[in-house]
Write a protein that binds this ligand. Sequence first.
Ligand code: SF4
Length: 255
Amino acid sequence: MSEKKIPDNKKRAAARNIPIKLHSIESLAALDGEGLRTVLFMQGCPARCFYCHNPDAVPRTGGKEYSPEELFAKILRFRPYYGDDGGATFSGGEPCLQAKALLPLARMLKNEHINITLDTAGAVLSDDVRALLKCTDAVLLDIKMPSDALYREKTGIPQKRVYDFLDACLSLGVKVTGRYVAVPGVNDGEDTVADVVRSLPKGIAAFEVLGFHKMGEYKYGKMGMPCPTEGIPAMSVERVERLQKVVDEIMLTEK
Ligand code: SF4
């Protein structure tokens, strides 16, 4: 017996009923994409980055549930501040883990011409994620480690998955900015960073080096967990600037 085809409008109605689970919301944020933005920090992440500064956003349990309509209204309230560049950012945790739930919201925002930026580790790639990317204007993609071995050891993500995610973004014409958290003694060699940038396909719009910081470490204590980065110093501003120069030179001449 052949399976009965479910009409698209019924599928969309079913997706609309999936709640979006948030860790928190930030209004008028200036660091998570261009312009001023409303940032939705999603609850749940499949990665286990040893330097995660949001460990409380990693468990899939917890968080608060919202309907797409509720979040749409919250995002729209700040529309006068977004200007040409600002809008909404889906961050985390890992937003792609809830791609199916986010789709109706993304489509509502798209209809209102609100810019959507996805702040992601590229750890999940599925048909729902591809559909979400089609509604997305820009992706901030974490490129975390220089090799598959280090990726698996330090984040729990296979490196290939992230590069596949990057390929999917580029083939869909989404603007991608790579983001690289440089951690002292782990992934901060100048040659290491240069190799990472060279390993990326052409078409990436920008690549930013961010310095490892200690600001989220107190959360591990609050959660009764040992802090995996105890003893690692914060990255100096000068070192980040030096690494960014290395990156900029390659981006200018080779990308
Ligand atoms: S991807 Fe982000 S939220 Fe997830 S574990 Fe890594 S740093 Fe934390």
